[in-house]
Design a protein around this ligand. Sequence first.
Ligand code: AMP
Length: 213
Amino acid sequence: MNLLLLGPPGAGKGTQAKRLTEELAVPQISTGDMLREAVKKGTALGKEAKSYMEKGALVPDGVVIGLVEERTKAPDCKSGFMLDGFPRTVAQADALGTMLARQGRKIDHVVAMEVNADELVARLSGRRTCRTCGTPYHIEFTPPKKPGICDKDGGELYQRDDDKEAAIRQRLTTYDAQTLPLITYYAQRGLLRRVNGLGSIDEVYGRIIKAVR
Ligand code: AMP
């Protein structure tokens, strides 16, 4: 199954994607995680991406399209994949369609996670991420057992630079301007499954499974 998770920053795409990979037996492909990894390693790509990410702007289409194309060819994507945070522009969606057609594949479902703006800001400003495994927490809603420490691997939890207030606002503006048009784009292609992103992680998870099964 080839799945795409669409939604504003803070909608819970990463959290749900991590759980869905087990249920659906397909890997999560998060362009945000891949870019953060490149920044951490200080690669040429990471150096290029860093300034855009810090501002809450999008990294140029060509950079992320190349990353995704490479990743979808890996052996673990043979029986499908779940894209989280890509595509984010109409140009990326067009490139994805062309890339998949070339590989003889297609998208099965686009899950659009819907959450209002006030809730998004509350979620993002309290978000903490494990430095080693990337597991997301929330200081109020889903705190770790020990403050500042990941339950899974004991890694340090940190606040992403782009989860600070000015960058959050910019990311939401970027989403409305550049990514929101994809809702119509995929609705017109009969692929859109709207899911209410409010409620517990389990509730939202159940809605997604129902939408794709
Ligand atoms: P995320 O973890 O998905 O919220 O992504 C964090 C940041 O990485 C975004 O604010 C962008 O700067 C960059 N990014 C992630 N995915 C994409 C994409 N598909 N296109 C352009 N920039 C991206």
